[in-house]
Every structure is written in C-alpha cells, then in structure tokens.
Ligand binder design. Sequence first.
Ligand code: 13P
Ligand code: SF4
Length: 321
Amino acid sequence: MSKMPANGTSNSTGSDWEQQQRELKEKILRLKSERNAVILAHSYQRREVQEVADLVGDSFQLARAAQDTDADVIVLSGVSFMAETAKLLNPDKVVLHPEPGATCPMAEMADAEAVRAYRGQHPDTLVVSYVNTLAEVKAESDICCTSANAQQVVESLEPGRPVIFLPDRNLGDYLNQKVGIDMRLWDGYCPIHQRLTAEEITEARRLHPGAEVLVHPECEPEVIRRADRALGTTGMVKYIASSPNREFIIGTEEGLLYKLRREFPDRVFHLAAGHLICPNMKSINLKKILDCLENLEPRVELPEEVFEKARRSLIRMMEIV
Ligand code: 13P
Ligand code: SF4
C-alpha cells in the first residue's frame, strides 16, 4: 500500500501515492460540481487538500465564505469549530465535516458549564470568545472574534465594562498589550503554538540572518517579544505582500508555508521549528473528502438549544468587520 506523508509535502513525483492523489482529485472535482458543493479549506490543511479547495483561508475568511456561498453543500476542511461556524452562519446549507474527530484541543479547554458559572459570579462581565470554541461556549458568550479581527472586536466593546477573554491566554495577553486594556484571561492555549520557544526563535534567526520573523499571536508572550511581528495567518499573507523583505521565518502551523510558497514564489520561507504541525488539521485527507461528497455525511448538526445563541455571538462579530 502507498504511504501518505505526514504533512502532505512529499516530493516523490510519479509515486503510487501521487497517482492515487491525482485520481482522488479528479473524482472530487467531478462530484463537487454534481453536488453543487464548495470546498473551504483552512491554510493548515495538507497540500493536496489545499489544491482541491475553492478557497484556502483563515478562520474568518472561511466563516465569511460559508456565509456568502450560493452552493448547496459546504465541505469544511478544517477543525470542527470551523465546520460548526459554517453551519451557524448558513443554517440552510448542508455542511459536511470530512473528519468529525478533527477537533481543536484549545477549543476543548473551555466548557459551557464553567463559563456559565463564571458569568453567574460576575454578571457585569462581557464574555469574548475566540472562534476556537465549542458551539455551546459561543452560546454563553457576548461576541466572538478570530485572530484576524480580535483587535477590532475588543475595541468595539462598551468602555469600562469588565471583560473575560477565552480560551486563549496568549492571544488575550497579546490583545491586552496591543489595545492597552486589562481583560481577564481564561487559562487555555494552543498546544501546537505553545510549544514554540523563544530559544527556537533565536536559533532560527542565527540560521537565517536577515529573515523577518512572523509568529501567530497564539504563541507565548516571550516568543512574540522575540519576533518582528505577531499576525494571524491572513495577516501574515497581507504583510508579506507589502513587505520589501525576501526572506521570512514563520512561527505558525506548517500548512501555511505551502500557501505562502504558492502565492510568493520569489520569496523564501522557513518554518520556525519542525514540530509546528497540528495533527488534527492533518487528519483530513482527500479520501475523506471524497467519501463525504459521495455520502453527504458526516453532516454538522447542532442542538437547538445552543443554535440561536451561538449564532448571535458570531453574527455580532460578522457585523463589526
Ligand atoms: P487563524 O484564525 O489565523 O486562521 O488561526 C486559526 C487557528 O486554528 C490557529 O491555530
Ligand atoms: Fe487548534 Fe492549535 Fe490546531 Fe489551531 S493549530 S486547530 S488552535 S490545536
């Protein structure tokens, strides 16, 4: 049996694996048009998944595309909160998530019961949820944000009201510094970005002197301090487009490098550390996408009791940006 590379970046042209991927891609593209489906993929997805997608983007772009699409079926190739967001923003569509086990560990660090309890003790506090949350947590929140619009969302809040930001303590800390506020922070984190160390940034700079260092705001504060800029994935793409620099060290999940190399073939990109791979993002592959298009399963369905409330928190975010 042909072997699938861990991160979808094999160079072995002509291999069984590549032939298999080509066949899968052809079948997917055919079925996609028969079903009037759209494939929306996060930029941390495998290379071959990015290649069949109609859009490769960050959490916010996927949410906007899901809200605006005319397709009958949305295949959301990303982690489960992204597929749930698509369903919440476009309830009449069939939303397929090719691998329901592809969850986000950070999202699971905040549960609705704990958020309700916090609200009960602090009734005046506004709850701002990163979109990397479970739908039932969104339902307990006043507003959501993504890494692309977090600053605008936080700046839109009623002045003087206490705020709790969840679940990512690193993004929350970054926003506190950037906006000059003092939100309370939930104790969650992304296990992938959290592993990147300040020493690894220093070492990457030593290996690639002159390269600009861009890291995701889910990284630890000391990593952000040693970087040149903290940006969400789309923020990185936009920044690179406008930067005169030719070489970059990228401190986020490795899937983004495929997108960057495709969009900027004249630039050089280095991953800040080899371990920046999210296994949950990588658990979706072409075979699973084909299966879900064939069977129109697994579908994203959410309990009625959370649906409207979670949708409201997302819609508030979408109205700000
Ligand atoms: P973006 O919003 O930048 O796409 O990030 C999502 C994510 O899961 C980061 O780890
Ligand atoms: Fe969640 Fe981190 Fe993976 Fe993003 S990279 S999906 S935050 S675990």
